[in-house]
Design a protein around this ligand. Structure first.
Ligand SMILES: [Zn+2]
Length: 92
């Protein structure tokens, strides 16, 4: 799955109270938590009164994906190029 799809499914699972990890797959959990995207998502929905089309939603998700740092694979770990944090690869 692409990072955009990972972010979308993370929000969807979160919304239906399914267990999610700390961050979407392929996203640095440190940067994800610091930027409070779950809160931004809530505000996005509230701002649109829960009434928005797919284009608006995609634009929001793409903004989220753009703001998140890149991560590089290093052995059995990932390294975030933004905050330099190392974290374990999540099982897919
Ligand atoms: Zn990071």
């Amino acid at each position: 799955m692409s990072r955009i799809e990972n972010i979308k499914s993370f929000f969807q699972q979160n919304e239906s109270n399914e267990a999610t990890g700390k961050a979407p797959k392929g996203v640095c959990p440190n940067c994800w938590g610091a930027q409070e995207w779950e809160n931004e998502y809530y505000k996005f929905k509230k701002g649109n009164n829960g009434n928005y089309d797919n284009n608006t939603y995609d634009t929001f998700i793409m903004k989220v994906a753009r703001m998140l740092g890149k991560i590089a694979s290093e052995g059995n770990q990932y390294v975030c190029e933004t905050c330099k944090m190392k974290f374990e690869k999540l099982p897919v």
